[in-house]
Design a protein around this ligand. Structure first.
Ligand SMILES: CC(C)(COP(=O)(O)OP(=O)(O)OC[C@H]1O[C@@H](n2cnc3c(N)ncnc32)[C@H](O)[C@@H]1OP(=O)(O)O)[C@@H](O)C(=O)NCCC(=O)NCCS
Length: 371
C-alpha cells in the first residue's frame, strides 16, 4: 500500500464498516482468532474515503447475536442482545484513539443492529481483559466478576461425592430447554418494583459455540476432542443438579482451565446472585437443600476428575451462588471467592432509557455468556 497518512481518530472520514472477504482474513491474521460459528458480525474501523481492500484496518472486533430475556414490571420479554469480542488494534496503530472510536461507533450501531420491526436493543455485553475503565467510558459497566477454583483430582471419590453421570453432546438439548424453562419462571418471579432483570439465554446453541471452540483447540493442540461436556445428578429430594462445562487451552498448561459454563440447581432460588459472599452453613439448611448441596458437590467432583484427565490447571465456577460455594467447601474447605480486577470483567451496556441503567440485575452472569 502506498504511504498513507493515518487520520486523526476524530476524523469524519472514519467509519465502522463490514470487511470484505479479503479484509476479514486480514483481521484474523492480525488478531489470530480462529473460526467461529453463527450469528457473528465482523466490524472494522477504516477511512471510508479509501476503497475496500486498500484501506488500512485501524481497529476491528466482532459481535455475536444472543437470545435474551428481560423481566420488568411483572412481564417477561424475549429480546435480542449482542456480545462483543475480539477487540483488536494493530500494534502499529495503537495509542491513537482508534479502538475507542470503534467502541463508541459500535455502541451506536448496536442500538438497532439485527433487530426486527423497528425494535431497539435493550442491552449488550462484553468481557474486558483490560480492566474496568476502557469500556465503561462507552457505557459497558463492570458487573460482578468473581469465581471459585478447585484443583483437579485424579482420585475418583467412591463414596460421598460419587453418583454424578457424565453428560455428552446428545444430552444437552433436553437439559438446556429445561434450564430455559426454569430461568423464564425464576427471572420474572418477585422482581422488585424498580428493578429490571436481564439474562442471556443459556441455550443449546450457546453451549455448542463454546464446545466447537474446545473441540477445535483439542484437535489442533492435542489431536483429540473432548467428549464429556458436563455432569448430572438426581438428588435425594428428586430435584436435579447439573453443570455444563468447557475447556480452554492456553499456550502453556497454566492457561488450561475447565470452566463451568452453567450450573443448574433445580429449585434453588437462583436469582439472588448479589451476595455470594454471604456464607451459609450446611446445618442451617433444610434437608432438601442439603441434598442439593451434596448434588452440586458431586457434579463439581466429576468436573475435577475430568480436569485431571485433560491436564487442566483448575476448575472455575464464575459468580457462584452461596449454595455452590458451600458445595465447593464440602470438597475443599478453604475455597474462597476471587474477585477479578483486570481480566474477564463481565460488562453490560444498557441501551434503553439512561435512568433505568442503575436498576439492572444481571441473572445468569456465568461463563456461558462469555464471548
Ligand atoms: C486494547 C487495544 C484494542 C487498545 O488499543 P489502543 O489503540 O491502545 O486504544 P486507544 O488508543 O483507542 O485508547 C487508548 C486508551 O486505552 C487504554 N488502554 C489501551 N490498552 C490498554 C490496556 N491493555 N489496559 C488498560 N487500558 C488500556 C489507554 O490507557 C488509553 O486510555 P486513556 O484514553 O484513558 O489514556 C489494543 O491494545 C489491543 O489490540 N490489544 C490486544 C488485544 C486486546 O487486549 N484487546 C482487548 C480485549 S478486551
Amino acid at each position: 500500500m502506498a504511504a498513507y497518512e493515518l487520520p486523526p481518530s476524530r476524523s469524519p472520514n472514519l467509519a465502522l464498516l463490514h470487511p470484505t472477504q479479503e479484509e476479514k482474513v486480514e483481521t484474523w491474521k492480525l488478531n489470530g482468532t480462529s473460526w467461529r460459528d453463527g450469528g457473528i458480525t465482523f466490524w472494522i474501523l477504516v477511512d471510508s474515503t479509501l476503497p475496500p481492500n486498500e484501506r488500512p484496518i485501524l481497529a476491528s472486533c466482532e459481535s455475536f447475536r444472543k437470545r435474551a430475556l428481560v423481566a420488568r414490571a411483572g412481564k417477561l420479554e424475549d429480546a435480542l442482545s449482542h456480545g462483543i469480542g475480539s477487540v483488536f488494534c494493530d500494534p502499529d496503530f495503537r495509542g491513537r484513539g482508534y479502538a475507542q472510536r470503534m467502541i463508541e461507533e459500535l455502541g451506536k450501531k448496536l442500538d438497532t443492529w439485527n433487530q426486527e420491526d423497528g425494535k431497539k436493543t435493550i442491552f449488550t455485553v462484553l468481557y474486558s481483559d483490560i480492566g474496568k475503565k476502557f469500556y465503561s467510558k462507552f457505557g459497558w459497566e463492570a458487573f460482578h466478576s468473581s469465581h471459585i477454583a478447585l484443583a483437579p483430582t485424579s482420585s475418583e471419590n467412591k463414596t460421598r461425592l460419587s453418583g454424578a453421570r457424565p453428560l455428552r453432546a446428545a444430552d444437552l438439548e433436553e437439559l438446556c430447554s429445561l434450564d430455559e424453562q426454569f430461568l423464564r419462571a425464576d427471572i420474572v418471579r418477585n422482581v422488585p418494583r424498580k428493578k429490571t432483570r436481564v439474562a442471556l439465554v443459556p441455550d443449546l446453541q450457546t453451549m455448542q459455540w463454546h464446545h466447537a471452540r474446545e473441540e477445535f483447540a483439542g484437535r489442533e493442540m492435542l489431536g483429540r476432542e473432548p467428549d464429556i461436556k458436563g455432569a448430572h445428578v438426581g438428588c435425594e429430594d428428586t430435584s436435579q443438579v447439573w453443570c455444563i462445562w468447557t475447556r480452554t487451552f492456553g499456550s502453556t498448561e497454566a492457561g488450561n482451565t475447565l470452566h463451568i459454563l452453567r450450573f443448574s440447581i433445580q429449585g434453588e432460588e437462583n436469582i439472588a446472585h448479589d451476595d455470594p459472599e454471604a456464607g451459609i452453613d450446611l446445618t442451617d439448611l433444610k434437608s432438601t437443600d442439603q441434598a442439593k448441596v451434596h448434588g452440586a458437590a458431586a457434579v463439581l467432583h466429576t468436573a475435577q476428575v475430568e480436569a485431571a484427565r485433560w491436564g487442566m490447571k483448575e476448575v472455575q465456577v464464575w459468580n457462584p451462588t452461596p449454595l455452590i460455594v458451600l458445595a465447593a467447601r464440602q470438597i475443599e474447605p478453604s475455597t474462597e471467592l476471587t474477585h477479578r480486577g483486570d481480566e474477564s470483567i463481565a460488562s453490560l451496556r444498557w441501551h434503553g432509557e439512561p435512568e433505568d441503567r442503575k436498576r439492572v440485575e444481571w441473572v445468569g452472569n456465568e461463563k456461558y455468556a462469555w464471548c
